[in-house]
Design a protein. Sequence first.
Length: 233
Amino acid sequence: MSSKLNTVILLMILVALVVLTVGGFALMRTLQKLTHPLEEARQTVEEQIEEIVQSTPTIIPDPMTIIRQVQGLSRLETASYTIEKVITAESGQGAFSFLFGDRLILVAHGQVIAGVDMEKMAAGDILIDGDRVIVTLPPAEVLVVTLDNQKSYVYDRDTGFVGMNPALETEARQAAEEEILQAALGDGILDMAQENAEVYIRNLILSLGFREVVFVRSTLPGGSLPTPTPVEP
């Protein structure tokens, strides 16, 4: 009887172990089913955070556009200068520059365009005398002064402990634009623009069958009647 009892007890123990094992597996599968959505949600959140941190900026222009003014242009651009200028700008210098000082070196690339505004010509500024045409051109003027933001850059900047001056770079760019303009003027861009305008208009008039073109330049400010000064064709 004891051997049979032992066998029965052993079988009961085996059955209990099987039940516990099967129940354990079932419990594990249940826990996995419960925690799997949480794991997926965690991975999704991590992926979204990574996309936010590493994504490129998105530019969204306002769909509303307001056109303030539309104006036809009759400017004849006849000379263009492309200039590079190095500008040093500083503020807060002195004994406490290590605290308040700010100094930068700006390498500025800019363009100056000059020409003649044909809209300033009046009806009497073109006179025809047989096969000769007498033209009074407005004086050449600077039409465009601009910095190339893609090529202009801050080469070096030295800032004190307190922090940089937020307006320093803007002031440096404004100064660079003025320096570029003065450099072009000093090199004779207006004379070049006037001469090129005369060459262009002369060739245009001669192509119409006239034999001679005489240019008269104004020596007085705009709006005044000039004393004509003939220029040899």
